[in-house]
Ligand binder design. Structure first.
Ligand code: GLP
Length: 242
């Protein structure tokens, strides 16, 4: 696993890498998996600008988001679908039909998760997966204890995650208790993985990624089982690595 330490926003570096990959794919389809959260905002801004300037196009890109809250859809400004639409998709030339986000409003959530896995396979698998990391080391919503071979499924959020994510909601009671999340196995199935980490709050998770024993109690350690994973961290997030 590789570490890139950035002077400023890791999202700026991530956007450059995504651009390189898109240019290398040329006219071929490219399957890109995308995260939400505060950390990737700079990446989305940069990619949207590159698209507006004609440096890159998303017309051959198929996206799969990592996760979504149960019970939230586009009408809710806390849903990940709303986040993606308003921070990224409305600014780029992607085809609507190529956007995939688990549907938190599906009447049968398990069937929705199975269908999501089927769609990823049908698209030819994920070329590049970009993720953030939770303070507890989670990737997407794979909380501590998530098996490394897990697939897209309904997950229970931990109290820690509910409290950390409460900053985006009016109060902690409004944070959904469950979510649909790509599994650790789904993530490890991507051909390349980029994880972005910013700020001192992520320093312990980044340290663990490199130094803790590989085990499901700290999900980010799963990346050490992947041949092509890179963590992009700013100085604060990388500060605890020996
Ligand atoms: C949520 C998401 C994760 C994300 C994490 C960190 O829990 N499910 O996919 O990586 O938050 O978010 P932030 O970048 O806002 O710290």
């Amino acid at each position: 696993m590789k570490l890139i330490i950035t002077d400023g926003d890791p999202g700026t570096k991530a956007a450059e890498i995504v651009k390189e990959k898109l240019l290398a794919a040329g006219d071929k389809k490219f399957v890109l998996s995308l995260p939400t959260g505060g950390t990737p905002l700079g990446m989305y801004k940069n990619l949207a600008r590159m698209n507006a300037d004609g440096e890159i196009t998303f017309k051959n890109v198929i996206t799969f988001n990592l996760d979504e809250y149960e019970g939230l859809g586009i009408e809710s400004d806390q849903s990940y679908r709303y986040f993606m639409e308003n921070n990224f998709f409305k600014f780029i030339d992607i085809k609507k039909e190529n956007i995939n986000i688990p549907n938190g409003l599906a009447s049968d959530l398990n069937a929705e998760c199975e269908e999501y896995e089927r769609k990823i396979k049908a698209a030819g698998g994920i070329d590049l997966l970009v993720a953030g990391v939770g303070e507890n080391g989670h990737l997407a919503f794979n909380e501590p204890g998530s098996p490394f071979d897990s697939k897209t499924r309904v997950v229970e959020l931990t109290e820690d995650t509910i409290n950390v994510n409460a900053r985006y909601f009016a109060n902690a009671a409004d944070v959904p208790r469950r979510a649909l999340s790509m599994g650790v196995g789904t993530i490890l199935g991507a051909r390349e993985i980029l994880v972005l980490a910013s700020g001192a709050k992520k320093a312990e998770a980044v340290r663990a990624a490199f130094e803790a024993p590989v085990n499901p109690e700290c999900v980010i350690t799963a990346l050490r089982n992947h041949p092509n994973a890179v963590i992009i961290a700013d100085k604060e997030a990388a500060s605890l690595i020996k």
